[in-house]
Design a binder for this molecule. Sequence first.
Ligand code: NAD
Length: 485
Amino acid sequence: MKPEIPYHLENYIGGNLIGPLSGNFIDNVNPATGMVVAQIPDSNTKDVNAAVAAAKKAFPLWSTTTVEERFRILNRIAEGIELNLEKLALAESDDNGKPVWLSRTVDIPRAAANFRFFATGIMHFASESHVMEDKAVNYTLRQPIGIVGCISPWNLPLYLFTWKIAPALAAGNCVLAKPSEVTPVTAYLLSKICMDAGLPPGVLNIIHGTGHSAGEHIVTHPDVKAISFTGSTRAGARIASLAAPKFKKLSLELGGKNPAIIFADCDWEKMLRDTIRSSFSNQGEICLCGSRILVEASIYEKFKAAFTERARQLKVGDPLAEDSKQGAIVSKMHFEKILRCIDTAKQEGGKILCGGHSVALEGRCANGYFIAPTVIEGLGPDCQTNQEEIFGPVVTLQSFHSEAEALQLANASSYGLAATIWTQDISRANRVAAQLESGIIWINCWLLRDLRTPFGGMKNSGVGREGGWEALRFFTEAKNVCVEL
Ligand code: NAD
């Protein structure tokens, strides 16, 4: 007898859960077990058109709903997420392969925090005014854009999905949102939470399916006026090429190849602990993970020994086991890609210091996709391994002799998302921070997040910033009104 599939997903359109109009579904696999965990709608133009029609109908009322009422509804959604913490955490872990303790303590609480943050934010959001002495007063209206598209990736599924939806809704827009087809279950559960929270029909529409079919139709639909996208640089470029001729507002949060710069005068213990975290958290599948570790030559050998020792100790195991530090890689395709990248590193002359191979588990995870934390040395800044995003539990070590060389290595990338600096010399830390080509810099810490700060990258890591007022500004249209006195 075939095992029962736990979830049969439906699109959330006009306040209802409905199957794909084509009747076609895609299998969604639990990467820790290799078993099908859900069937998801393979949506196409028809579903997107139905969602746009529902959003258009909802927009006049939602865009004029008071901010107090939007605040109340978004807070109820946050409460719904918190009430369903365990169910959502389990679904996220089954879908993505991440340890369930991580979804329980980070992903799902952050999704609730995103709604609370922007519910409160919209209550405090103000616009500019410019006085021209005794001649005139200009004031800027910030009005909802209309219908906006939010497209998110698989690595932090509900966390990043809600990071876009919450500000878009708070600002009075109606939304077409598409989670990654690789990890869609928590987005589906969110539709039910929104229904219970009293979000009016059509204000949020969640469309499931592939980027090519569902995603591109959201991007190209003439009534969708802005796109907020997080995902790969490749897909970001494609989306930009589709949206630019239609003059859509675009926010693109893309890939990274982030440097961690470690000077000899760092706080050794804290640096080591946090560099292990910044390298391997969520199996290295966080856009902010540091994948190029740059170490001052005088401590290189000491660092190498201590770091690889700790990397070896990270337990790769069943995501449902509370003591697993590393779960499964998100999909078979991504698992194979990471292993290919490790092969490339070897061909380029890299020396594998630890890991470098898949891990076979027993029991329910015997068919899962696991990779040991991998540390590689001996590669220069220009090789493929140090240039291309791997997005897995793989880091490289390079050494430097001076601050100038550290900066040169750090900036030797087409990406510019995040960087960490480890030194107790605060003047040097600030000097280096100012010269790094990265949108986000952490000094003596990593992933310490204040949701008010601008979040995003430069170079091939994206265009625009999320977070705080930046997000509310993105999701509103500025209109200047000049009144002659
Ligand atoms: P991806 O680009 O393959 O997919 C992301 C989303 O876009 C998915 O929902 C997908 O269905 C959709 N999509 C793909 N092609 C599309 C198209 N042509 N039109 C419309 N939608 C399309 O990325 P992924 O593999 O899901 O995620 C991993 C990538 O995301 C990594 O590169 C990572 O660095 C990046 N990421 C960036 C940030 C950030 O804040 N900068 C955060 C997390 C992840």
